[in-house]
Ligand binder design. Structure first.
Ligand SMILES: [Mn+2]
Length: 361
């Protein structure tokens, strides 16, 4: 297992690499070129710039999150082949820098979806929150809220590019007729084109779970449960077709048992996101600390499953709460410094103890 920390890049993330260096156990910076729109090629010189920033701290750049997939690929338009060619070129450009995993998602129109990005928790911190009542038929209101947060705080969120969101109506029309079956077909087409290049470059494609794991606004979503995971892995049965198993995304539906998926498919999990979720009776959910008893995700069972399976992939704390002066003015929602650092220490505490117990057996 290698511990990672997501970082949005020089000038785009307020957390300096020198702070991340002080969190015990972090070897990998989970990075991306956030100025790139879906479909654009990531150029070698731009990737080299990131390498230059990470090198003095001894971090590797093995995991990219995300190289976003152009809508034409998801919709299955004739223009998709051009964008797949660009994606392949990006993979080729990433390989010489030691990149091993590309995390991506295949969600139509919207990436992750929340109704409140800084929801107050009883302990005085804030966290991302999903109010079921607010996600109804009309997506514009939620999109406007998230875009307003971006604008007011001078940041853009991956998957919520204002350029794309400006054409929301058009995007929705383009996805009309894209059924769940079609979306699966389009994902298969995309992956089958990529697999030979992934082998050649030794880079795994690791699909992120849909967040939340159900259809929203009439748009189909694929990566929602254990059956979908089985289907994805058998549909393109290749060791380079892998998962970013996001515990928080899947557990937004409390029926999902993440630890069971880990035990079944550990060798196909390239990247683990660990996040804890607390559920309310009305269907709302809140993100909470990594501590097992603070939510219902079963963080300890999940960590034990990874440990039992001898997990060799990358792991990172997913979102954290905003603590100790972190808020909209100085912190990306879910990506503050403190709670993710606490989450790492919680995970490493559990992991070290399991290592020690195994060694003494
Ligand atoms: Mn995640």
């Amino acid at each position: 297992m290698q511990m990672g920390f997501r970082w949005y890049g020089e000038g785009n993330d307020k957390i300096p690499l020198s702070y991340i260096k002080q969190i015990p156990g972090v070897t990998t910076i989970v990075w991306a070129l956030h100025h790139k729109l879906p479909g654009e090629i990531w150029e070698t010189a731009e990737i080299a710039e990131v390498q230059k920033q990470l090198e003095p701290y001894g971090f590797n750049m093995d995991v990219v999150e995300s190289v976003n997939v152009h809508d034409d690929i998801k919709i299955g338009l004739p223009t998709r082949d051009k964008y797949i060619e660009n994606y392949i070129q990006t993979i080729r450009n990433l390989a010489p820098f030691g990149v091993k995993v590309i995390c991506y998602n295949f969600m139509p129109v919207f990436d992750w979806t929340r109704t409140d990005l800084f929801h107050p928790l009883p302990d005085g911190s804030t966290a991302l929150y999903y109010e079921a009542e607010k996600i109804k038929e009309e997506p514009r209101e939620m999109a406007d809220y998230i875009l307003k947060e971006e604008e007011e705080n001078g940041m853009t969120f991956p998957g919520w590019e204002p350029e794309r969101m400006a054409h929301l109506g058009e995007l929705f029309r383009a996805y009309k007729g894209v059924t769940k079956e079609k979306l699966w077909d389009n994902l298969k087409y995309f992956l089958e084109k990529l697999m030979p290049v992934c082998h050649e470059c030794d880079i795994k494609m690791a699909i992120h779970m849909d967040d939340p794991p159900w259809d929203i606004f009439g748009l189909p979503r694929l990566m929602i449960n254990a059956e979908a995971v089985d289907h994805l892995l058998s549909m393109v049965d290749d060791p380079y077709n892998c998962l970013t198993l996001c515990s928080g995304s899947l557990n937004a539906n409390p029926e999902n048992n993440v630890a069971a998926i880990v035990r079944k498919h550990c060798d196909r999990i390239a990247f683990a996101h660990i996040r804890n979720v607390k559920h309310f009776d009305n269907g709302d959910f809140s993100e909470v600390s990594h501590r097992n008893c603070d939510g219902e995700t079963g963080i300890l069972d999940i960590l034990r499953a990874y440990h039992d399976c001898g997990f060799q992939g990358y792991i990172r704390p997913d979102h954290g709460r905003h603590l100790w002066g972190e808020g909209p003015e100085n912190c990306r929602p879910g990506y503050g410094l403190y709670d993710r650092a606490l989450g790492i220490m919680y995970m490493l505490g559990a992991w070290d103890l399991m290592d020690k117990e195994d060694a003494e057996k």
